[in-house]
Design a protein around this ligand. Structure first.
Ligand code: IMP
Ligand code: MG
Length: 186
C-alpha cells in the first residue's frame, strides 16, 4: 500500500507513524464471527442497525453484509471530540435517526468505546423513541477509561489505551480510508 502512514503537519500527533495492529483479514474474520452470533440472536426479528457517524460507516457496511437475517439501517451523528483527539466530556446530537423505531429491535453500532460517554448519551436518547430492545455492538473497546456503566453486547477487539485510526476511525477526518486498524506511534 502506498498511502502515507505518517501524520501530517497541522494535525494532532504530527510526524508520528502509524503501525498496523489489526489487519484487514483479521477484521473481516472477526466480523464474520460477530455476524453469526448476531444473526442467531435476531433469528425471529428484523433489527434496525443504527450506525454512529462518521466512524462506524465502514464497520456497519461490512457487518450488515455478513448477517443472514433481514435488517434495516439508519444513522445518527454525535460529536464529542470537537474535531480533535480528546473527548470534550459532553456529547452533542448533530443528526438524529430518521426511521420510526417504535417497538423495533435496535442494534447500535459504534466504532470504538473509550469513556463510554457517547454510548451512554445515545442509549438515553434512543430509549425515548420506545424501541422494543436496544443492544450495542462496538468493533473496538479500550480497556482503561470506561467511566460509565455502559456495556456492549458484542465487542470485536479489546485494545490497549492507544490512539488508533483506520477502518473508519480518524484523526481530524484523516485515515478513515485505511483498511486495517493502526496505532499512532509517538
Ligand atoms: P467515548 O465517548 O469516550 O466512549 O468515545 C467514543 C468516541 O470517541 C468514538 O465514537 C470515536 O469517535 C472517538 N474515539 C475514541 N477513541 C478513539 C481513537 O483511538 N481513535 C479515533 N477515535 C476515537
Ligand atoms: Mg465515533
Amino acid at each position: 500500500m502506498d498511502k502515507k502512514l505518517i501524520v501530517p503537519d497541522g494535525f494532532p500527533y504530527a510526524g508520528s507513524s502509524l503501525k498496523e495492529i489489526i489487519s484487514p483479514k483479521d477484521i473481516a474474520a472477526r466480523i464474520k464471527e460477530l455476524g453469526i452470533e448476531i444473526s442467531k440472536h435476531y433469528q425471529k426479528s428484523t433489527p434496525i442497525v443504527i450506525g454512529i457517524l462518521n466512524g462506524s460507516v465502514i464497520f456497519v457496511s461490512d457487518l450488515i453484509r455478513v448477517l443472514n437475517i433481514n435488517c434495516e439501517v439508519d444513522f445518527i451523528k454525535v460529536e464529542s471530540y470537537l474535531g480533535e483527539i480528546k473527548s470534550s466530556g459532553s456529547v452533542r446530537l448533530i443528526k438524529d435517526i430518521s426511521l420510526d423505531i417504535l417497538n423495533r429491535d435496535i442494534l447500535i453500532a459504534e466504532d470504538i468505546i473509550d469513556s463510554g460517554l457517547t454510548l451512554r448519551y445515545l442509549k438515553k436518547h434512543i430509549i425515548k423513541f420506545k424501541p422494543k430492545s436496544i443492544r450495542i455492538i462496538s468493533l473496538l473497546k479500550k480497556n482503561q477509561h470506561l467511566n460509565t456503566d455502559i456495556k456492549a453486547d458484542w465487542i470485536g477487539f479489546n485494545i490497549d489505551d492507544n490512539f488508533v485510526v483506520g477502518y473508519g476511525l480518524d484523526i481530524k477526518q484523516r485515515f478513515r480510508d485505511l483498511p486495517g486498524i493502526y496505532i499512532v506511534k509517538e
